[in-house]
Ligand binder design. Structure first.
Ligand SMILES: *[C@@H]1O[C@H](CO)[C@@H](O)[C@H](O)[C@H]1NC(C)=O
Ligand SMILES: *[C@@H]1O[C@H](CO)[C@@H](O)[C@H](O)[C@H]1NC(C)=O
Ligand SMILES: *[C@@H]1O[C@H](CO)[C@@H](O)[C@H](O)[C@H]1NC(C)=O
Ligand SMILES: *[C@@H]1O[C@H](CO)[C@@H](O)[C@H](O)[C@H]1NC(C)=O
Length: 683
């Protein structure tokens, strides 16, 4: 019996055999680090969604079938009794969409699908691209009995997406064209880029639908709008006071429309949720606007474009999801597919694009979400790099540009901002303001110099081009020489895992320094500097000899956490790019011995980061095991999948968690999860 069941499973197509997966939070609308809305409950109707940083986002959805009403999202604030909930029959998170399926009164199946077209990252035409500041909310209904049904959908959002303090005064308005009806809300003051809060307090939230006779809209208090729909499926007229505090009777942008459900066909319609940030980034005094502004006159053009091209945009994102998942499943099976689908929007939701200050090219920015809000932290881009190297090396290159410009004193700011350090910078400032002085940096010299050299070499290999580096060869050589001088033992320096406290004489940091020198050699090779390439490769090789002998623990089975501490170990994830870049500096048997040793340390939810604690980092775990055998890799994917599926911490996937209890240790929603793509680079 058991045997035949196993036999059957292995021959089913993966989509059918994929186990059901409970994400700790499901991504709903992830447009930018500010507009990042998640559902952290098993069922969409159990709670309101949340911003990645936890505050409630008061969005609600209801549906009526032949005048019987259920709640679909959020426990709507009603004046009277609670509404019944439907049966949620499935929740599936795909790379660009999250799809919920509900059974309503045994008569209608309703799919509620949130799609942020977070793919085609380097398509600067904007079409099909992440650069559209929109999320599509698609409602598709089918009859599950033999009758026709009159279905009505209600959607609203409070102004909580547009303020960082709910007592802020907001202004609502409406507009319509022949083709679209749009409601909007934003803070009354509109002081752009005025705060470092994780929540935005400027710009405008828009909710739009295609204009049609049965569309109703209302700008009114949450209780009034939701109760009216629940009781009569009509919406109240607009409130008299369209300017008031966000929490003063919670004004909502409310929309409802009908779906004529007849047996044998699908009735479908969309709500478009979009956000105009107005200004996105202050780069040393130059104000940069969202990239889409270079392609569209205003947000209304974006809305028209997005709604009139919804069919092609949604079908290309669906096609992307299908092919992306099948590539992942081919490397790591269906659980790997589910994990990477979950992190896809987490990574893309942490980046945003503008034009460069001179308007000549697109620049990309990454927010160090949840750890401290820094802009384009080099040791956060580094763990995320596998995602970008796999899907869009050009996006990663564009993330380097603001940092390289800063390191080369080319920001155009006065000389107080001159960068006079002989190693790579850590970050640019706290979102959304780049204004950090060199001596205010969180100094991680070998770490960031190594990270930068490795990533630049990886992009150069992927693109076969180093021409954009012409203004930067001098600083790259300074960083490489700094690392030569700091190795083999980086001494007291901080490495990226500083959340664990300092770890001097760090062996994994030394490995990064060495791989960085190999990477620099590869770059010089591409530049045509044979002599330089050989010189740095020779230094790197010598350092590997030293690393292996001084780094190995006395019992000879593995390498240490610190050169000076026996009986310690740590995952040497920094060896990954020795393989990705094909440098062949570290012998294969060193890596094999390491992984075998880690295997013996694995807990229910995977191998800890090092000998100091039971917690791990999902990004580094997947970096390390990307180098393992298929069997070793699969076992850690299984452990990580179990963690995500079972963790009691309902936050957008944390990368720092306890491998025994599955609890979050800290951090959530961080883009570093892009590191889970590491194995895709070695496939
Ligand atoms: C109404 O909804 C808001 C979120 O939009 C929530 O913070 C508030 O607590 C709710 N009020 C009641 C009475 O449930
Ligand atoms: C609803 O979602 C399910 C599960 O993904 C899918 O099989 C079905 O085709 C969808 N129905 C519609 C009408 O989109
Ligand atoms: C930038 O300016 C500082 C301070 O003047 C100087 O030390 C440094 O060498 C300059 N960097 C470059 C790349 O020119
Ligand atoms: C490695 O380098 C350190 C520091 O330079 C030195 O003390 C040690 O002897 C070297 N070990 C080997 C085996 O070369």
């Amino acid at each position: 019996m058991l045997l035949s069941a196993l036999f059957l499973v292995s021959f089913l197509p993966s989509a059918l055999s994929a186990p059901s997966f409970r994400p700790p939070c499901a991504p709903l609308s992830l447009i930018s680090p500010y507009q990042s809305v998640w559902s952290c409950s098993d069922a969409l109707f159990h709670s309101f969604p949340n911003h990645w940083s936890n505050p409630t986002v008061g969005m609600s959805i209801m549906a009526a079938v032949d005048s019987k009403v259920v709640r679909i999202m959020g426990p709507p604030n009603l004046s009277k009794t609670d509404l019944p909930a439907p049966v949620q029959t499935s929740l599936e998170v795909l790379p660009t969409s999250t799809n919920y399926v509900f059974a309503l009164f045994d008569s209608v199946q309703l799919n509620v699908t949130w799609t942020t077209p977070a793919h085609a990252l380097d398509d600067d035409s904007v079409l099909n691209s992440k650069d559209l500041p929109v999320t599509y909310l698609t409602f598709s209904a089918t009859s599950t009995d033999t009758s026709a049904h009159d279905v009505k959908i209600y959607f609203d959002t409070t102004a909580e997406t547009a303020v960082n303090d709910v007592s802020t005064e907001v202004s609502m308005s409406r507009s319509s064209t022949a083709s679209t009806t749009t409601l909007s809300v934003g803070s009354s003051t509109q002081e752009t880029l005025s705060s470092n809060s994780d929540l935005i307090s400027w710009g405008y939230q828009y909710v739009s639908v295609p204009t049609s006779p049965d569309v109703q809209t209302s700008l009114s208090g949450d209780v009034a709008a939701r109760t009216a729909f629940a009781e009569t499926q009509t919406l109240p007229s607009d409130d008299e006071t369209l300017t008031r505090a966000c929490n003063d009777d919670w004004p909502v942008l409310a929309i409802s429309f009908g779906l004529d459900v007849s047996p044998g066909s699908v009735a479908s319609s969309q709500v478009l949720v979009s956000y105009d940030e107005v200004d996105t980034m202050d780069y040393f005094g130059k104000i940069l606007q969202p990239f889409w502004k270079s392609k569209f006159e205003d947000i209304f053009e974006v809305i028209d474009f997005a709604l009139s091209n919804s069919e092609s945009i949604l079908s290309s994102s669906q096609a992307y999801d299908t092919s992306h998942i099948s590539e992942i499943e081919a490397v790591g099976g269906s659980k790997y597919g589910q994990l990477l689908s979950l992190v896809h929007r987490q990574v893309t939701g942490a980046i945003t694009k503008t034009l460069s200050p001179d308007g000549s090219e697109p620049w990309v920015w990454m927010k160090e979400i949840s750890s401290d809000g820094d802009i384009s932290t080099v040791d956060v881009i580094y763990p995320a790099a596998p995602y970008f190297l796999y899907t869009s090396p050009e996006t990663l290159r564009r993330m380097f540009l603001p940092l390289l410009t800063y390191a080369a004193n080319a920001t155009g700011a006065d000389e107080t901002f001159d960068y006079d350090l002989p190693w790579a910078p850590h970050h640019l400032g706290v979102w959304p303001t780049c204004d950090i002085l060199a001596n205010q940096q969180e100094q991680m010299p070998v770490e960031e110099s190594g990270n930068f050299l490795v990533m630049i070499a990886a992009v150069a290999q992927a693109q076969g081009d180093v021409s954009y580096l012409t203004p930067y060869w001098d600083i790259l050589s300074t960083w490489a020489d700094y690392n030569v001088a700091s190795l083999p033992d980086p001494g007291e320096q901080l490495c990226t895992d500083d959340f664990e406290g300092p770890s001097p004489h760090n062996v994994n940091l030394a490995a990064k320094g060495i791989v960085g020198l190999g990477a620099y050699s590869a770059l010089l090779q591409m530049k045509g500097d044979e002599e330089g390439a050989e010189r740095y490769m020779k230094i790197a090789r010598e350092l590997v000899g030293n690393w292996t002998s001084s780094g190995t623990d006395v019992d000879g089975t593995h390498t240490r956490l610190q050169y000076d501490l026996d009986d310690t170990w740590s995952m040497k994830y920094n060896l990954l790019f020795d393989r990705v870049l094909d440098l062949n500096l570290f012998p294969d048997d060193v890596v094999e011995k390491e992984l075998e040793y880690y295997d013996g340390k694995s807990n229910a939810y995977g191998v800890p980061l090092d000998s100091r604690a039971d917690f791990s980092k999902s990004d580094w775990l997947m970096w390390a095991y990307a180098m393992g055998s298929q069997e070793q890799f699969d076992a850690q994917v299984e452990a990580l999948w179990d963690f995500a599926n079972e963790t009691p911490s309902r936050v957008p996937l944390t990368d720092w968690y306890n491998t025994k209890t599955g609890e979050q240790q800290g951090f959530q929603a961080r883009p570093v999860q892009g590191g889970m793509y590491a194995r895709m680079l070695l496939k």
